[in-house]
Design a protein around this ligand. Sequence first.
Ligand code: FAD
Length: 382
Amino acid sequence: MIRTADVVVIGGGISGCATAFNLAKRGCKKVVLLEKGYLASGSTGRCAAGIRQQWGTEMNCLLARDSIRIFENISEELGGHYDIELKQGGYLIFATTEKEVAQFKKNIELQHRLGVPSRLITPEEAREIVPHINTDLMIAATFCQTDGHCNPFLATQAYADAARKLGVEICTYTEVKGIKVEKGKIAGVVTDKGEIATRVVLNAAGGFAGEIGKMAGVDLPFYPERHQALVTEPVEPLQAPMVMSFSYNIYCQQTPHGSFIMGYGDPHEPKSTVLNSTWDFLQEMARKVTRILPKMKDIRVVRQWAGSYDMTPDRQPILGAIPEAEGFHVAIGFSGHGFMHGPMTGVLMAEHLLGMETSMRIDMLGVERFAKGELIFEPSVV
Ligand code: FAD
């Protein structure tokens, strides 16, 4: 392990690996990425890896739209041949109330202005796209064909591999134990394998970002929250898009291998890094999904697991510098939608860390927004 670095990135998920790659691509010479487990062992490897551009704020639409463009051209972007199993079967998001339909119409107007090819559809059209969907529950839906999902392990490995080729040192099974701060400035990172002197640290530690913040003497407005998911046995292709509902609080998709991956947001989940799986989740998930997609009752569950949502008070990420410790930066708080924004997080954080003009505005995502009361309201979250 090198002993001095221009930038130390903490966290080997999609955010850390994409940032490390983009730093090296922009000429940053000594970049080290530290990961306490294996790459994608955090939320990235536990997520559904859904990618949707159907958001209700300009910022989220742009982050997802531009990230999808990168995912679509990943080999060109990373300079090698990389298959990340990208499948663009669309996202079908159904509405159950007139209030939701009114919000969806507003969202679509915004999405069209930003070049996102979404559309409002009737329940009958929804059934044409997903023949086994129960349309009794919905009054309308939106659909965007270019949404989809990919394999989060392959995507993270692709970024890491391309970063290594550009000289980034990626240290897996290397845990950050402390951060040295001298006279209010970052001076180094202490790991279980030794110390690295550096003036710049990026905290991309997902659900553990709060602990990393404390090591630098900073209390971040952030908390981890458990979210659970399950995967079924593989079956024949039944469903191209991700089916999602904000009011039913559910998502369900079929992967290219035939397995269904699904989850829902339970407001009673523990706000900690506890990652055990529960019977209640399995039972409630089965109840919810078989109501919306009745064919699911014939498909067997293979496995369930849990991961962390890294949550902020407004459920939007914190990107940028932390003023209390000069040289300490964060890309955290993705609140359940950080995989789909990963490619753009990497671009924007690299530009920010190198003092370049960022490709899109990120000032509104700074940590200062919480003290100023300038929270972001995104109506479309699960
Ligand atoms: P992580 O992937 O959590 O990476 C952080 C890394 O930091 C971890 O690997 C961890 O081991 C490492 N680390 C922590 N502490 C230390 C330390 N002290 N030293 C060294 N390393 C350390 N997002 C979507 O966009 N679409 C979805 O469909 C989606 N579905 C989801 C479903 C579930 C069940 C869950 C849990 C999340 C889902 N998400 C989804 C959210 C998504 O997983 C995250 O927002 C995203 O993966 C965050 O990536 P990250 O790189 O910031 O964090």
